[in-house]
Design a protein around this ligand. Structure first.
Ligand code: GLN
Length: 249
């Protein structure tokens, strides 16, 4: 079994060790004998239809977002086609914002978005920083918690009817007001959670791998369970920290 992973702008959008998410996907795939082929996608690089099973974009400062936003917006038809065709996707923070319709940054400049996620983002004065804990339901009747770290000026507002990734248990989330975090569109996930996210939330890494394989196989295969003692401990430590701090500084 093989997964082709496309990493958008790894040289520009990579704060808070977001690249660590790649290492987790690679390890958890190879521990199950699944080949994960990693391909960086940069400025002017095409996103050929059907080429990618999984797409990833990380976070970044307003400056880096401004440098790649026009090129990313130009990839709109390819990215929307890839997700429509069933590719899985994970977008973190700055990348998540730019997959919405637009991001108005702190200088007031409006960065064009891809319009994949039904949302928009406007930067506020006070940054939203801290440990975060969410409650998520990606599969019917199965509740998971997601623990991570957020640091963003952007306030994200989902269009009506849009599906959030989760309910905020501790932290600010999308905008510190509506109690929701992230956005989900089928196999595409957007979130503010850094950390990196996947080392302390192995269930989400496995969900993404299974959905990426479903892009090839038709159905998400049942992946063999792994001995996740360290991962579970990391999740518990991050969850307790978010709880204790209520995730707000
Ligand atoms: N620059 C964006 C903001 O401040 C995203 C930050 C990030 O990716 N951590 O909201």
């Amino acid at each position: 079994m093989k997964v082709v992973l496309g990493h958008l702008y790894p040289d520009y959008l990579n704060i808070y060790a977001d690249r660590g998410n790649m290492a987790v996907l690679d390890r958890r795939a190879s521990w199950r004998g699944i080949e994960l082929e990693y391909r960086p996608i940069g400025v002017k690089d095409p996103v050929a239809r059907g080429e990618y099973d999984l797409l990833y974009i990380g976070g970044g400062q307003d400056r880096e977002q401004a440098l790649i936003a026009p090129d990313l917006a130009a990839k709109e038809p390819e990215l929307i086609a890839a997700v429509d065709d069933g590719a899985a996707l994970l977008a973190v923070c700055g990348g998540y914002q730019l997959l919405g319709s637009f991001y108005r940054d702190r200088s007031g400049a409006e960065l064009p978005g891809v319009g994949l996620f039904p949302l928009h983002t406007v930067a506020g004065e006070k940054r939203m920083i801290g440990d975060v804990l969410l409650e998520c339901r990606l599969e019917r009747g199965v509740t998971h918690t997601l623990a991570g770290f957020e640091n963003h000026a952007g306030r994200t507002f989902l269009d009506s009817g849009a599906e959030p990734l989760g309910r905020v248990v501790a932290g600010f989330g999308n905008n510190g007001e509506d109690g929701f975090e992230g956005c989900r569109l089928g196999r595409a996930i957007g979130t503010y959670l850094h950390g990196p996210l996947l080392p302390r939330n192995s269930w989400l890494a496995d969900w993404l791998l299974a959905e990426a394989l479903a892009h090839r196989l038709g159905e998400p295969p049942l992946l063999d369970p792994l001995p996740d003692d360290f991962e579970d401990d990391a999740h518990d430590v991050a969850s307790r920290r978010a709880y204790r701090r209520g995730g707000r500084y």
